[in-house]
Design a binder for this molecule. Structure first.
Ligand SMILES: Cc1c2[nH]c(c1CCC(=O)O)Cc1[nH]c(c(CCC(=O)O)c1C)Cc1[nH]c(c(CCC(=O)O)c1C)Cc1[nH]c(c(C)c1CCC(=O)O)C2
Length: 345
């Protein structure tokens, strides 16, 4: 198996820098759009054969060093018994979670009964890949998931979830506790099915001050990280807008801390110290730069990160209008300059 990504996560030497792209299976790929043209997004997630097929698409086309299972962070939330719609405008919960009774009604699903199709997609993906690259499992973090559940969908201001947090903190702790008791077995099911590493997406965690993040999020994240690591599997923790939260993220014990493009990786390293790996962090919009400028950004990222303990990636998900050739150029440039960096560090 190409184990560059797993070695980098454990800060072991590699021949070059491993790379994958958040949202690497998605609408920028014509072969994804061809399948998605005939099936709704949630149905695609729940159809293990097709989910495995789209998971493998970017491996074949881009030559990335890992597959991330095709699914969504909201899949286990739906299994808690709340109606979820995923339309053109993003996720929508027609009956958002706003009261004690709403939280009381949520279940803690058995992972196989509620979301067994994810495990099946992982098994089929591993077979299709013939174990050529590792499979990344994932879930959302309690705050990011709760933000969708309480707001009823995406948000710009996060007023409802933050008001609930500050006006009725005990309610939010009850919700986070239920989410954590759902997410830990969900991640362990993915590990059991063949995920070799997992990523926790706290995409909107940067909306909270470090003070609130420490009190409301850290205890749950730390539990999730510990339980996965107890199975011998490394954990990547990713968030955006969290330059000032890095000391907290480090305290979760995660093996890898994912960075968006706002934090230069040498600065992240200065704060995080030598015993944590970093992931990132090209601005997804940089894939629209002329090729030689894109290449210069890659060289800069690799130099700042150094040769050990770096998984290269975008700073957030790849955007639908991106040219797949630009994504391929990015992956090739990381591999080429990653080799060169190790010849003359
Ligand atoms: C916040 C979040 C969500 N989902 C996810 C996050 C965290 C990552 C991040 O911060 O971006 C995680 C996610 N969503 C998807 C994956 C698949 C794996 C991958 O290739 O990275 C992963 C890891 C597929 C998807 N999830 C979604 C799509 C688009 C669905 C389609 O085909 O129409 C895909 C490929 C839908 C989705 N799902 C979500 C949103 C906001 C949207 C709509 C945005 C959009 O339309 O691009 C919630």
């Amino acid at each position: 198996m190409n184990d560059r990504l797993l070695r980098a996560a454990r800060r072991q030497p590699t021949d070059t820098t491993p790379v994958w792209l958040m949202r690497q299976a998605g609408r920028y790929l014509p072969e994804y759009r061809a399948i998605r043209g005939n099936i709704a997004f949630l149905d695609l997630c729940k159809h293990p054969d097709l989910a495995a097929e789209v998971t493998v698409q970017p491996i074949t086309r881009l030559g990335v060093d890992a597959a991330i299972i095709f699914s969504d962070i909201l899949i286990p939330v739906e299994a808690m018994g709340i109606e979820l719609e995923l339309g053109d405008k993003g996720p929508h919960f027609p009956n958002p979670v706003r009261s004690a009774a709403d939280i009381e009604r949520l279940g803690v699903p058995d992972p196989v009964q509620g979301t067994g199709f994810v495990a099946e997609a992982i098994r089929r993906t591993r077979r299709a890949l013939n174990d050529s690259v590792p499979v990344i499992g994932f879930c959302g973090a309690p705050f990011t998931l709760a933000a969708y559940m309480v707001e009823g969908g995406g948000s710009k201001s996060y007023i409802l979830i933050k008001r609930l947090l500050f006006e009725q903190p005990q309610l939010v702790h009850t919700l986070f506790e239920k989410l954590t008791r759902t997410l830990i077995p969900y991640l362990l099911m993915q590990v059991e099915a063949g995920a070799s590493i997992v990523q926790i997406f706290d995409s909107w965690g940067g909306e909270l001050s470090p003070w609130d993040y420490e009190r409301f999020c850290l205890p749950y994240l730390t539990r999730m990280v510990k339980e996965v690591q107890a199975k011998g599997v490394p954990v990547i923790l990713f968030g955006t807008g969290m330059s000032n939260h890095l000391p907290l993220l480090k305290r979760t014990g995660a093996d890898v801390i994912g960075q968006d493009w706002r934090t230069p990786l040498d600065e992240a390293r200065r704060v995080l110290g030598p015993d944590v790996a970093v992931q990132g962090n090209l601005d997804p919009l940089h894939l629209f730069l002329p090729r030689e400028e894109l290449e210069a950004r890659v060289v800069d990222i690799l130099r700042r990160a150094g040769p050990v303990g770096h998984i290269c990636n975008l700073g957030h998900g790849i955007l639908p209008p991106t040219d797949p050739e630009a994504a391929k150029f990015f992956v090739d440039a990381v591999h080429k300059h990653g080799f060169a960096l190790r010849q003359s560090p």
